[in-house]
Design a binder for this molecule. Structure first.
Ligand SMILES: NC(=O)C1=CN([C@@H]2O[C@H](COP(=O)(O)OP(=O)(O)OC[C@H]3O[C@@H](n4cnc5c(N)ncnc54)[C@H](O)[C@@H]3O)[C@@H](O)[C@H]2O)C=CC1
Ligand SMILES: O=C(O)CCC(=O)C(=O)O
Length: 528
């Protein structure tokens, strides 16, 4: 079956070419759909590709039976309900780098248009008015540009503004005075930026914390005659407060590429001569659209074909070299989680994961996610994945703890997973053996050596002559062939464990029959 990729906003042809080169993939352009049409179309889609126009709501996500990935050709993902996607195990990817340059250039264009009143003068001239007095501007040189949000675009704007010989003062929660110094700009708190800037430009995402960041109180703190640029997101500015600040003469001008409600046609801000505006054009260049489309289509293909994405939004992204080092452990981790869940009937309250040896020094979060995915899949089904495993565990009140230890029991790497229920603790440890792959090397306190694959029968029994024979003949009666077998014991005549790999799945009644043997305390059939 071919993957169905649904594209609901315009996407550059270079991105489409990336999709066309992929076998077993069909793409469908369906722009300008009504909400109802979209709800129907999404039902069969494996991937959804959007820009900023399509509103990817919880309702839309929940109507999608097959959806695995949502690709945003651009940076901002405020049009996508990320929580709903995460809960459903749908990965969201964006293209954060492709339009940085264009958005920074558009910001500079807006800054210059604003300072020299170019759109107003142009409009006036087109209306047969030759008015040189009305359109006197101000220079940028030696003025202070306040930047709120010094990420990719903010930093590019700072660099360009310095080229205009402006003083740049920025605030960003990740900016230190030392870093600012290194960039040749001034560090300021939000208050200092508001107090000192002649022009203020915003480059944050729209978040709960940044909603109406520029509000009535913020405008009050600004210099009289300040000019505002917003090429980030509508909603970061309280539009009513901006409107009033312009009417009062506190704000001399505003250049807006974005407004809270888009698309916008009749907005009272647009009636003010001090406001210049563009219809969300920050990323609308040939280059940016090509970049973001190619990046996001590439990620969608990688993901659908089992690869690792470059720009996940609801998963932390990892540098390639880090990923290369830890990826081999994902399989082991998932198998250990899956093994362990077969050993208990109780509700799991806690999971402790111990990273030892060389594992103690790596990025462990993705390995933890795979462990939890292995644990949950048996009861929750295949919709558990890397994206939602931790969320689903948390929803079930399972506490996950990561620990780093130096205990390696002679292995260069050792991954130990322990589950705690209200009655017991069970654990399993595994390692990656150089050239030999994954091995389970310990179950509870017993040493074993088992490849985590296929059908495993784990027996806890009393160490006594004849038990192995009895068990072997019972399995023979069920026509179950033993492929490998190991035994370990705590002490002579004490508790012991038997690990067998067998050639077929054990039915419940067969397992029951084994448990009837008086020396057998526990029998678990584990299918990995
Ligand atoms: N108009 C357009 O067409 C385009 C708009 N954008 C928008 O521009 C914005 C920035 O994009 P990038 O620079 O690529 O993102 P980024 O993630 O590189 O930078 C955002 C920065 O905002 C900072 N930030 C977050 N909360 C803050 C707060 N309360 N105060 C100050 N700083 C805060 C972050 O620490 C980060 O450094 C996004 O909203 C994006 O959607 C991006 C591209 C095109
Ligand atoms: O798709 C677009 O053109 C909008 C770009 C944008 O706003 C973003 O990347 O955040």
């Amino acid at each position: 079956m071919a993957f169905h990729v649904l594209i609901t906003d315009p996407l550059s042809k270079e991105g489409i070419q990336v999709l066309e080169q992929q076998e077993n993939l069909q793409y469908e352009f369906a722009t300008d759909l009504s909400s109802d049409e979209l709800l129907t179309k999404i039902e069969t889609a494996d991937a959804l590709l959007v820009r900023s126009q399509t509103q990817v709501t919880r309702q839309l996500i929940e109507s999608a039976g097959n959806l695995k990935i949502i690709g945003r050709a651009g940076v901002g993902v405020d049009n996508i309900d990320i929580n709903a996607a995460t809960e459903r195990g749908i990965i969201v990817v964006n293209a954060p780098n492709g339009n940085t340059n264009s958005a920074a250039e558009h910001t500079m264009a807006m800054l210059m248009a604003l300072s020299r009143k170019i759109p107003q003068a142009h409009y006036s001239l087109k209306n047969q008015q030759w008015d040189r007095k009305k359109y006197v501007g101000v220079e940028l040189k030696n003025k202070t540009l306040g930047i709120i949000g010094l990420g990719r675009i903010g930093a590019e704007v700072a660099y360009r503004a310095k080229g205009q010989r402006m003083n740049v003062m920025a605030y960003d929660p990740f900016l230190t005075p030392e870093k600012a110094d290194h960039l040749g700009i001034d560090y300021g708190t939000v208050k200092e930026v508001l107090n000192k800037a002649d022009f203020i430009t915003i480059h944050t995402p729209l978040l709960k914390e940044t909603k109406h960041l520029l509000n009535e109180e913020a405008f009050r703190q600004m210099k009289p005659g300040v000019q505002i640029i917003n090429c980030a997101r509508g909603g970061i500015i309280d539009e009513e407060a901006l409107y009033q600040a312009i009417l009062e003469g506190k704000v001399a001008g505003a250049a807006l590429d974005v407004l809270e409600e888009e698309p916008f046609h009749h907005h009272k801000l647009l009636n003010l001569p001090e406001v210049v505006a563009t219809p969300h054009l920050g990323a609308s260049t040939v280059e940016a659209q090509e970049n973001v489309a190619v990046d996001v289509c590439q990620d969608v293909i990688w993901f659908l074909t089992g690869g690792v994405v470059q720009n996940p939004v609801n998963l932390p992204s990892l540098p390639k070299e880090v990923l290369r080092r830890i990826e081999p452990y994902f399989h082991l981790a998932e198998k250990l989680g899956s093994f362990l869940i077969h050993l208990t009937q109780d509700v799991i309250e806690e999971v402790n994961i111990y990273y030892s040896g060389e594992l103690a020094g790596v990025e462990t979060a993705p390995i933890t996610r795979n462990t939890v995915k292995g644990l949950l899949t048996r009861h929750l089904g295949d919709h558990v994945n890397d994206v939602n495993a931790l969320y689903l565990a948390e929803k079930r009140g399972i506490h996950i703890h990561e620990n780093r230890t130096t205990t390696t029991k002679g292995f260069t790497n050792l991954l130990t997973v322990e589950i705690v229920t209200n009655t017991e603790k069970r654990s399993v440890a595994g390692t990656l053996l150089n050239g030999l792959g994954a091995r389970i090397v310990q179950v509870d306190h017993y040493s074993v050596d088992v490849t985590p694959k296929g059908h495993i029968l784990m027996i806890r029994h009393q160490d006594k002559p004849g038990v192995i024979g009895k068990m072997g003949s019972l399995l023979a009666q069920f026509n179950i062939n033993i492929a490998t077998m190991q035994v370990d014991r705590a002490q002579v005549g004490g508790d012991a464990v038997m690990m067998l790999t067998v050639d077929k799945h054990l039915e419940a009644k067969e397992l029951e029959a084994l448990k009837q043997l008086e020396e057998i305390h526990q029998a678990n059939a584990i299918d990995l």
